[in-house]
Design a binder for this molecule. Structure first.
Ligand code: F6R
Length: 242
């Protein structure tokens, strides 16, 4: 991976936003993969700012989210469908029909996962995929032990992920136990992976992913199998790198 270290998350996010904006300008029909969670929020704000300032044309952009909780009612404010609507679709003024999130409220989430994979394939796959990383090394919601060749499917969230995400819900028991997530293999099919990680809590996961052995115990280590990865880190998240 190409590793870029900035002093602050803001600086790293602005750099990522500039790169993605330039890529969209060169290729307006880009398929962009988006992560949710705290890490990319500033990147999306920066991208919206560039759009407003420079008149970047995002009307032909297609967006695919990485993952979604299973079992939240449609419209739940912490569902990733709603997070993506607020932070990406509305912020950038995208046509909602071009923005895709796995259907976590489907009667049959297994079928919804298969259908999502087919929708991605029909769109020609993801060109640029934005990724965060869990403190446990997950990418998407591919928890430790996930097959490095996995495709979009239903997964059980680990206790550590549910605890980490309890901040978005009233208590950890309200965090859904299951999700639909793009597989590690699905993520690796994207043309360019842009990993963002900020804060000391990510340092060990970042070092394990970028410099440790390639292992299903650290799904982020699968990034080493991909020929085009850019990791944008702040100083604390880079602290455990060699
Ligand atoms: C979110 C996702 C996760 C997060 C990761 C980090 O769509 O796929 O892998 O990127 O859990 O979350 P934050 O950014 O909240 O620390």
């Amino acid at each position: 991976a190409e590793v870029i270290i900035e002093r602050t998350p803001q600086a790293a996010s602005a750099r990522a936003a500039r790169h993605i904006a330039a890529t969209i300008a060169a290729r307006p029909d880009l398929v962009l993969g988006v992560a949710t969670g705290s890490t990319p929020a500033h990147l999306y704000r920066e991208l919206a700012r560039i759009r407003d300032r420079d008149g970047l044309d995002v009307s032909r952009l297609t967006v695919f989210a990485l993952d979604e909780y299973v079992g939240l009612p449609a419209g739940h404010p912490e569902s990733y469908a709603e997070v993506v609507r607020r932070e990406v679709t509305d912020a950038l003024g995208l046509d909602p029909s071009r923005v895709h999130v796995p259907d976590g409220s489907a009667a049959d989430p297994f079928a919804a996962a298969d259908e999502y994979e087919q929708r991605m394939e029909a769109a020609g796959g993801v060109d640029v995929q934005i990724l965060g990383i869990g403190g446990n090394g997950h990418i998407g919601f591919n928890e430790p032990g996930s097959s490095l060749r996995s495709r979009t499917r239903v997964k059980t969230l680990s206790r550590s992920t549910r605890t980490a995400n309890a901040r978005f819900f009233d208590e950890v028991d309200r965090v859904p136990a299951h999700c639909i997530t793009q597989g590690v293999g699905t993520i690796l099919d994207a043309g360019h992976l842009v990993l963002l990680a900020f804060g000391a809590g990510k340092a060990d996961a970042v070092a394990a992913a970028l410099e440790g052995p390639v292992t299903a115990s650290v799904p982020g280590s699968a990034l080493q199998l991909h020929p085009h990865v850019t990791a944008l880190l702040d100083d604390p998240a880079a602290a455990a790198l060699a």
